[in-house]
Design a binder for this molecule. Structure first.
Ligand code: NIG
Ligand code: FE
Length: 411
C-alpha cells in the first residue's frame, strides 16, 4: 500500500549521508527533524519526504498528521520473546528478598523456563509468542532480535529458533535470530565441559545447517559462562559465519566486554557492571554497547553508566531484553523513559539509541533506524503531543496513534 502522511508537526530522525552510521558521543543528543512535513511511502519503502510546500501530487491513502510527530519505528535488538510461561512466582520470591542468582541456583530462573519450554510444542510456543508480537507492534516496534536459550537441548534449541524464524516469516516484524545455547548449564551436566561440547559440536552444526541463526550469544557471567568459555563458543560460531552478540557485565565485571571486543562482537549487552577499563576497551571498536534498562529496573540492580559511556565518545543502544525472568516488558518507549530517568540520557539520546543504534546492533542500519528514502516504510505516528520529549516523560501514556510497517498500516 502507498501512503502519504501530510501536515506532520515534526518528522523526526531524517538522515541522508549519515543514515548508515551509528550515532556516538555528543552527536547522540542531536536529532535531525523537519517541521510541517510530509512523508510518502511507496511500495513499502520511504519514497520521499519534505516540507508541506513541496507536497507531491499523488493519489493514494492519505493520513493527516496535524499536531502529530512521525518517527522511525523502534528497533529492539535484544529479546527472548519465545518462551513458554511467565515467572511471577519468582517475582514474589524476589520481593521477599531472594536474589536473581539465588533463584537461579535453586533451579529457578533460566532452568525453570527451560523445563517449561521443553514440555511445550512448537505450535503452542508460536501461538504464545504471537500475542507478544502483536503487543510489540502496538508499541511501535518493527524489528526484533529473538534469542534461543530456553531450550538447552538440541531439539529444544532448534524448536525455539524455528519459532523465532517463523515469526519473521509470518508476522510484519523483521526478525533476526540468535543462538544462545550457552545461556545456562542444565542440572544434569555435572561436567560443564560436556555441555559446552554439546553446544559446540552438536547444536551449532545443526543450527547452521538449518540456517536458523544470524548470531551467537553467550551469557558471560559468574555462575554461568567464563570469558574463556565465551570466547571458545563465539569462535566456534564464527566458523559458521555467526557474529557474536554477548550478554556481558550484567551482575559482575565479568570480562565479557573485553571478550566481545576481542571477538569483534556486533554488540555487548547489559553492561550494568562497568568500569573504566570496559569503557576504554569499547573505544575504537565496532561493537555496540547495548543497554537494557528494563532488566536493571526489574531486578533493582544498578544501571549502566550511560553518561560516562557517551562522554567517552561511545554510542549506546537501547533494547527491552523482553524475557520472563528479568524483564517481562517489551515497550521501547518505556525503555526510553527508564534511560532518561535512571541513566540521565536526554530524550534525543534515547531516541537515537532506540532507532539508529539499535538498528546497527542487528545489522539493519541500511534498511531501518531513520527516515531516509529507500529505507523501509516502517514508522510510527504519535498522538497529538506537545513535544518529542513528551514520549519518555509521560511514562505510562500510550502516545502512539498509528504504526506502519513496510508500508502496511497496522490495525
Ligand atoms: O538477559 N541474563 C541472561 N538472560 C536473560 C534473563 C533470562 C532469564 O532470567 O530467564 C537476561 O536478563
Ligand atoms: Fe537477555
Amino acid at each position: 500500500m502507498d501512503i502519504l502522511i501530510t501536515n506532520i508537526k515534526q518528522l523526526v530522525q531524517t538522515r541522508t549521508s549519515d543514515a548508515n552510521q551509528w550515532v556516538a558521543g555528543s552527536a547522540m543528543d542531536k536529532l535531525p527533524a523537519l517541521d510541517n512535513a510530509y512523508l510518502y511511502i511507496k511500495n513499502g519503502l520511504i519514497d520521499s519526504y519534505g516540507s508541506m510546500h513541496q507536497l507531491p501530487r499523488v493519489s493514494c491513502k492519505t493520513i493527516d498528521a496535524t499536531g502529530k510527530f512521525v518517527l522511525p519505528a523502534y528497533v529492539d535488538s535484544h529479546t527472548h520473546l519465545v518462551f513458554a510461561a511467565s515467572r511471577e512466582a519468582e517475582f514474589v520470591d524476589k520481593i521477599k528478598g531472594m536474589s536473581y542468582a539465588e533463584i537461579a541456583k535453586k533451579g529457578g530462573g533460566i532452568l525453570n523456563s527451560a523445563k517449561k519450554l521443553q514440555a511445550t510444542s512448537e505450535e503452542e510456543l508460536y501461538q504464545f509468542a504471537l500475542q507478544r508480537v502483536n503487543e510489540l507492534i502496538g508499541f511501535g516496534t518493527a524489528c526484533v532480535e529473538i534469542k534461543s536459550g530456553y531450550g538447552l537441548t538440541l531439539q529444544d534449541e532448534l524448536k525455539m529458533l524455528r519459532v523465532a524464524k517463523r515469526i519473521g516469516k509470518e508476522t510484519p516484524l523483521t526478525v533476526k535470530t540468535t543462538f544462545l545455547g550457552a545461556h545456562a548449564i542444565p542440572k544434569e551436566f555435572t561436567d560443564r565441559n560436556e555441555y559446552i561440547n554439546l553446544v559446540i559440536n552438536q547444536m551449532l552444526p545443526k543450527v547452521a545447517e538449518e540456517q536458523l541463526a544470524d548470531y551467537i550469544d553467550v551469557f558471560c557471567e559468574k555462575g554461568f559462562f567464563t570469558p574463556q568459555e565465551t570466547e571458545r563458543i563465539v569462535r566456534a560460531g564464527e566458523n559458521y559465519g555467526l557474529k557474536a552478540k554477548i550478554h556481558a557485565n550484567q551482575l559482575h565485571v565479568s570480562g565479557g566486554v573485553q571478550v566481545g571486543v576481542k571477538t569483534q562482537a556486533l554488540s555487548v549487552d547489559h553492561l550494568e557492571a562497568m568500569g573504566q577499563a570496559e569503557i576504554e576497551a569499547l573505544q575504537g571498536s565496532q561493537t555496540m554497547p547495548t543497554l537494557l534498562p528494563g532488566a536493571a529496573f526489574f531486578l533493582r540492580t544498578s544501571y549502566p553508566p550511560a553518561r560516562d559511556m557517551i562522554a567517552a565518545g561511545l554510542p549506546v543502544s537501547l533494547a527491552t531484553d523482553y524475557n520472563p525472568g528479568s524483564a517481562p516488558a517489551g515497550n521501547m518507549a518505556f525503555m526510553m523513559s527508564l534511560a532518561c530517568i535512571n541513566m540521565r540520557m536526554t530524550p534525543n539520546e534515547a531516541l537515537n539509541a532506540a532507532t539508529m543504534n539499535s538498528a546497527y546492533a542487528m545489522d539493519l542500519l541500511s534498511s531501518h533506524g531513520s527516515i531516509t528514502p529507500g529505507k523501509a516504510g516502517s514508522i510510527l505516528i504519535t498522538k497529538e503531543i506537545p513535544s518529542l520529549a513528551y514520549i519518555p516523560y509521560a511514562f505510562t501514556s500510550h502516545t502512539i496513534d498509528a504504526v506502519i510497517i513496510d508500508g502496511m498500516l497496522m490495525a
